[in-house]
Design a protein around this ligand. Sequence first.
Ligand SMILES: *Cc1c(COP(=O)(O)O)cnc(C)c1O
Length: 463
Amino acid sequence: MSRSAHPAGPRHADVLTEGHYSAPAADLNVLDEKVWSRTVTRDADGALTVGGITVARLAEEFGTPAYFLDERDFRARCRAWADAFGPDADVFYAGKAFLSRAVVRWLKEEGLNLDVCSGGELTTALDAGMPAERIAFHGNNKTVAEIERAVEAGVGRIVLDSFQEIVRVAHVARRHGVRQRVQIRVTVGVEAHTHEFIATAHEDQKFGIALADGQAAEAVRRALALDGLELIGVHSHIGSQIFDMAGFEVSARRVVQLLAEIRDEHGVELPEIDLGGGLGIAYTSEDDPREPHEIAKALSDIVTRECEAAKLRTPRISVEPGRAIVGPTAFTLYEVGTIKPLEGLRTYVSVDGGMSDNIRTALYDAEYSVALVSRTSDAEPMLVRVVGKHCESGDIVVKDAFLPADLAPGDLIAVPATGAYCRSMASNYNHALRPPVVAVRDGEARVIVRRETEEDLLRLDVG
Ligand SMILES: *Cc1c(COP(=O)(O)O)cnc(C)c1O
């Protein structure tokens, strides 16, 4: 993954008009369905409900902060991706976005495959019953022990990320008397950010093997020469939170070009290409993500066209959405603790979590939205910054947003679109207890990852 912070475009709250921030365009009580999961709505009393359960009940039963994951929405998104790509393509869910045994079972039931990038993710996937042949193993520095486990388990593919790894995987496979199916991850010289992409000659990053100066072609030569490896294709992943398909277009074109070069040099047509993940979701109302069927059509049109031009058989395509599946399906529920109005600036609203449950704002300048969810309010909008309880001034959850001016300690607020890279990147900073993930469906809520306890913290502390 490539995750440099993208230059933020102008956001509604950044617009200064004569010393005042412009008011929000929309009624704060209205939940924008783009950023909330499918079954979220407000009940007659104005409280947010998900899967038919109000946040008041959820907070009482599970506490705050907590992530609530809309299982129907998750499954529907899996199906939408699988249906959009059809039987001639493969959808791999990127497990690093959020992985748990329940999620693995849902993926398996909905017909998706799974990307893992560590021994821990592999263990979780196998333990929850994902067939090994539906697992792809990624990473720029897999240990030999991890490679051993992946080969022993019989994973469907290992994505080779370096020259050393070509040899390591071949060696392990030979020792196990198998031919391991592999792809080679290439860096195509495209860096995609939210609304733009940059095509460069060289990629200054740790992932993959550069197409430029023939490195990728050399990797292919070496992989084809080793009998422990069955080279099935080429892999490219160009970034994250991408809306603009032009980056994928350049990437697909360059990957197909490589396939044509491989055919010309070796007389083999590799049967697969993987175009990676990184497809954007709506974190705020200003984001306009594409539907899976539009993405599938755009990608398959590009690949078909490029292959026709190069006189290649169209390879089987795979994609690896992580956030586009799980991101929109969950929100984080917080209780408001303290409120500090700073005259002429903004109001700081402190919640009972923070950078330990959502590091993305601090790490990537990520944009989020927020809503008062325990009730509605007719009060004027006030400009807020939602911050956590950690010992860092950069401990910001939502940088600029509007909440009603009558917001009070004890109110519940929720940050939508926190299904991806929030629990999976959560930390114990300040010995915070990582929040639970609660799956909600049809009036029932069940913990799928429990809240950490202080005993959990002390159990690791063996001094
Ligand atoms: C991170 C990653 C993904 C998923 O990215 P999303 O932005 O969650 O879709 C897919 N493939 C690879 C190789 C990745 O590193």
